[in-house]
Ligand binder design. Structure first.
Ligand code: SF4
Ligand code: SF3
Length: 550
């Protein structure tokens, strides 16, 4: 195996032994590499068929799901991966047939495709693993060198993150032909003539950022049209007595279905991790048995799930190796999977989860009530934009800090807690994604009634943050880079990569990125980012704050 797609990668260089820092075995990592190779082959044909006017939604969706499957902390199960690769074989044939059909209809000769376009579908796991060895990142590194291979991986990881959001949007009924066409185009590009050229790679990376903005907009539309706009909401963060289910991941629809199925069953539903923002959506919070949030970010789950006296449902990343103490009461659904953990299929019949909750003790008593306020999506913030703008004009608000992104297990992340605490009292903190758990239970007070900490939502709600920034820029008749706004970002997995590419596509300057820089960004690529966007690694909260506010 060789994998360096996330921030946790071993030694800041790559996971290359028998198991990754995330718990991904070499076998699983290799099967994921092969799945990517297969998806690239499928897209080579689907892209060309699309240029000739023929598309197939089943093929489009498969490629997106394949990409999402390989995101960090999603699928650790070699048996499920083997089945997905077998399915990829069928889709590969469909894509090839679609392309041939399109050529025939247009009277053109089909191109002879090489690389992944020549994939021979393997018939056994052994054969899959043999093939995987030929198509892993180490081979790309040898063939292209660290800068070019790193840029290729930057594009691929951005696509994986975008695929996650596209999949969530699709689940809510929002799809777009041009987005699917772009996935095929980009995966084809990675195997084409321009894949060795730095300028073309940088342009494609920014294109990923552009398409990701559109996809986050689609997901925003799906979420808000289905569940209403998030509204400022006081959420309980301490347990409530009673039988309990804990829902983690990112999928709003899974939670909605579970809430419906648990109505009147005497089971409380608690959110965890990136599901916290669900408590602010009108069509989710209307359920009285959605009682609040339990615990913090994903990397604390082993301790927190062990202590949780009920059933646990993982709807997407980030899953960690379940301890034996809760392995029989944790469930996965959607694309997330762990070997020997019960998986709830596409029919979304959560009966086993409910039964497990009823069979476990639940919380014996209420813990003393503690609350936080969430729900500051773009709609809620725009509603008070006038007050915010007046406060800026009156000098009551000096600066905005967006402190957001993924949380993670490696040390050094208390930078974000310290930074938030050191932000001066006349500044507002916007936050999103699971990195906020570093500071979201601390008291920040308010500025003339405007809370100093505004929780925008999940990582994909970076879309809301962008809308807010653009609205502020409009109000002050300036560009986003001219606003008194600084972005202090934390990354861990590939969704953070696509969001970063979106911010770069929008031309956002002066971002601070931590806790460490991606291993796949080679020194020359880093220079380009520094020169073009003045992006910089985080240093110390004091030094960074002084530099920003100077
Ligand atoms: Fe290592 Fe991250 Fe890859 Fe897991 S996803 S194997 S931790 S680089
Ligand atoms: Fe967190 Fe996994 Fe990225 Fe959605 S839950 S932000 S790390």
């Amino acid at each position: 195996m060789f994998c360096y797609q996330c921030e946790q990668t071993i030694g800041g260089k790559g996971c290359s032994k028998n198991i990754g820092a995330c718990g991904k075995t070499a076998e699983t990592a290799d099967l994921q590499d092969l799945l990517i190779h297969a998806a690239e082959g499928i897209s080579m044909y689907a892209a060309r068929a699309g240029y000739l006017g023929l598309t197939d939604r089943a093929i489009d969706r498969f490629v997106v799901e394949a990409l999402f499957t390989t995101v960090t902390n999603v699928n650790f199960d070699p048996i499920r991966l083997e089945a997905i690769i077998a399915r990829a074989g069928q889709v590969f044939d469909q894509a090839k047939a679609l392309y041939n059909d399109a050529c025939q209809k247009k009277g053109v000769e089909p191109e002879h495709l090489v690389g992944p376009g020549q994939w021979q579908v393997p018939s056994s796991r052994d054969e899959m693993l043999k093939q995987a060895a030929l198509h892993n990142i180490a081979n790309r590194l040898k063939a292209y060198g660290e800068d070019v291979a790193g840029l290729q991986e930057l594009i691929l990881y951005g696509l994986k993150g975008t695929a996650a959001y596209a999949d969530h949007a699709k689940i809510l009924g929002v799809e777009d032909d041009s987005v699917y066409a772009f996935f095929h185009e980009a995966l084809d590009f990675l195997n084409g003539k321009l894949a060795g050229e730095v300028d073309a790679l940088v342009a494609m990376a920014l294109k990923v950022g552009e398409v990701n903005l559109k996809v986050m907009g689609m997901l925003d539309e799906g979420n808000t049209k289905t569940y209403g706009h998030p509204e400022p909401t006081v959420v309980r963060v301490t347990p409530v007595a009673g039988k309990a289910i804990l829902v983690s991941g990112h999928d709003l629809k899974d939670l909605a279905i579970l809430l419906k199925q648990t109505e009147g069953k005497g089971v409380n539903v608690h959110t965890h991790g990136e599901m916290l923002p669900c408590n602010a959506y009108p069509e989710l919070k209307k359920y009285k048995h959605l009682v609040g949030n339990y615990g913090g970010a994903w990397q604390d789950q082993q301790k927190e799930f062990e202590a949780f006296p009920g059933a646990i449902l993982m709807t997407t990343n980030c899953i960690q190796k379940p301890r034996d103490s809760y392995k029989d009461r944790i469930f996965t659904t959607g694309l997330v999977a762990w070997p020997d953990v019960m998986h709830i299929g596409p029919d979304k019949d959560f009966t086993p989860v409910i039964q497990a909750a009823l069979a476990t003790p639940g919380f014996a008593a209420d813990e003393p009530e503690k609350t936080i306020t969430i729900g500051f999506g773009h709609n809620a913030v725009m509603g008070v934009a006038g007050t915010v703008i007046d406060a800026v004009k009156a000098g009551k608000i000096k600066h905005f800090f967006l402190i957001g992104g993924c949380d993670g297990a490696k040390p050094g992340r208390n930078y974000y807690t310290d930074f938030a605490q050191q932000v001066p009292d006349d500044c507002i903190i916007l936050t999103l994604a699971c990195g906020k758990y570093r500071f979201n239970k601390l008291p920040f007070g308010d500025i003339g009634g405007i809370p100093r900490l505004l929780d925008i939502g999940q990582c994909n709600d970076a879309y809301s943050a962008i809308q807010i920034a653009v609205a502020l820029a409009d109000a002050f008749e300036c560009g986003v880079n001219d606003l008194p706004l600084s972005m202090i970002l934390s990354w861990y997995e590939q969704k953070a990569v696509c969001i970063l590419l979106t911010l770069l596509y929008l031309g956002i300057q002066n971002m601070k990125l931590g806790p460490s820089l991606p291993a796949f960004i080679g020194p020359n690529v880093l220079n380009v980012l520094v020169e073009k966007f003045n992006i910089a690694p985080v240093t110390t909260p004091r030094q960074d704050l002084e530099a920003i506010l100077a």
